[in-house]
Write a protein that binds this ligand. Structure first.
Ligand code: SF4
Ligand code: SF4
Length: 440
């Protein structure tokens, strides 16, 4: 049996050998919603709030930042939020932990209260985005119990350190990594969204240049292997281990198609996306690089779709019906399904963009009820429009946060040419290229 990769990627045996079962789907447990779910409404006909991206901070950090301050002490809150954050990984270009806070940080109990409110509106799943690693939070298992008891699935973005280094799992939870991975697997509502963007150590460490863990590249591979060894990639109808290949930039784009194919042969779906236009990634030169966006990115997505067609994992008709996904083969309907809560209570459309039209309230704790926030959100308006327009709506939304020149309901186009990491008319460009590849 071939391993995942001879060099650079974790060593995991294949599940499929170019021969996928009939009706096999790339459908990570906690990523996309089904068409049927997107049509669900509350008793009064309100489309349900089905999914949220969430932030949860460790208690010690929250207490240290908030102690003795109220929301008017913005400068001091910001200073403390930055200085006191101590992620166990310590990447140089951290996305979430060093961002501004405009309010006291949300306590875990406040996040729980928000989730219970969201549950009444239909919440089915959340994705944990930060700050730092939820898997290192001393209250991890209490948080997972809370979600399980409330029938909420969670996808956890991670760099996998604790799954690959026994010292960490011993230190944090008093168990060996394998035992820790097994315990995670015992939660049927938990899936992992594991970040790997390159088989090349130097390229990967440009993104996760961990001052504290110079051997992070090797540890994360080991962690990924440990998760596969406890069967996280076993169930072919409910995929609980997903590889996140994000961001795709000039330095890794040539590897992505191969990583994609290797992953899916192991029953590991893969999310591919260009850089966000938020946080520190905003400055990536690829956002301004027309050739990268309209040629290289379009080609990559088209090649991935052609590979999926050739493996009988999709058809051209299905792609036209579902639409080309900003995640290349795995739908994104996060934008239509729900919104995102930040560590300081800010509510925004999704993680991909945090500029004006995408921010709904600076502090949801002062803007109850959540139902009103949901009904006034761009996400809700777009979902309603989609439901009115189509009997059978497309499964994926376009990337409302990053794609240039998309029309919004108020006839504004918030992302101008040169400001998004996905070019205008992306779906048509990719479809055209898919046709060219299939003909040629
Ligand atoms: S792992 Fe995440 S939170 Fe920690 S330093 Fe890296 S980007 Fe920041
Ligand atoms: S709309 Fe774009 S940025 Fe937002 S979740 Fe979907 S793919 Fe990501």
């Amino acid at each position: 049996m071939a391993d995942f990769q001879e060099n650079g990627l974790p060593k995991i045996p294949e599940v499929f050998n170019n021969d996928y079962p009939e009706n096999y789907k790339l459908r990570p447990q906690t990523f996309a919603l089904t068409r049927e779910e997107l049509k669900e409404t509350l008793e009064d006909g309100t489309p349900k709030l089905l999914t949220m991206d969430i932030n949860i901070c460790e208690d010690g950090y929250v207490e240290a930042v908030n102690r003795g301050l109220d929301r008017r002490d913005k400068q001091e809150l910001n200073k403390r939020a930055e200085e006191l954050y101590d992620c166990d990984i310590g990447c140089e270009h951290c996305f979430d932990c060093k961002t501004k806070t405009n309010n006291p940080l949300m306590k875990t109990e406040e996040v729980f209260a928000m989730l219970l409110e969201a549950k009444k509106l239909g919440l089915k799943m959340v994705k944990f985005l930060g700050p730092g690693e939820l898997l290192h939070n001393p209250r991890l298992f209490e948080i997972l119990d809370f979600l399980k008891d409330n029938d909420i699935r969670i996808g956890i973005f991670t760099k996998g350190l604790i799954c690959g280094k026994t010292w960490y799992s011993q230190e944090k939870f008093g168990m060996e990594t394998k035992e820790f991975c097994k315990k995670l697997y015992s939660y049927p509502n938990v899936s992992l969204l594991f970040n790997i963007t390159s088989t090349d150590k130097k390229t990967e460490l440009k993104r996760i240049n961990s001052k504290k863990n110079p051997d992070l590249f090797e540890i994360r591979n080991k962690g990924f292997e440990n998760l596969a060894n406890v069967w996280f990639n076993k169930d072919i109808s409910n995929q609980r281990l997903t590889l996140v290949c994000n961001p795709v930039l000039n330095d890794n784009i040539s590897e992505v198609e191969e990583i994609y194919e290797r992953a899916i042969k192991r029953n590991i779906p893969i999310i591919v996306a260009p850089t966000m236009v938020s946080g520190k990634w905003l400055d990536q030169k690829e956002v301004k690089d027309e050739n990268f966006k309209t040629e290289k990115l379009v080609n990559l997505y088209a090649k991935i779709y052609v590979m999926l067609i050739r493996n009988r994992l999709t058809t051209l008709e299905k792609i036209k019906k579902d639409w080309v996904s900003p995640y290349a083969g795995i739908p994104c309907n996060q934008f239509l399904g729900g919104f995102m809560q930040r560590k300081d209570g800010k509510l925004q459309a999704c993680p991909g963009n945090e500029t004006g039209p995408y921010v709904y309230t600076e502090d949801l704790r002062r803007s109850w009820p959540l139902l009103e926030q949901w009904k006034n959100s761009l996400n809700y308006i777009l979902r309603q429009k989609a439901l009115e327009k189509w009997d059978d709506m497309p499964l994926t939304n376009p990337c409302y946060a990053k794609q240039e020149l998309l029309d919004f309901p108020d006839d504004k186009t918030p992302i101008q040419k040169g400001c998004g990491s996905i070019p205008d008319n992306f779906e048509h460009r990719v479809l055209k290229k898919i046709n060219e590849f299939l003909m040629g």
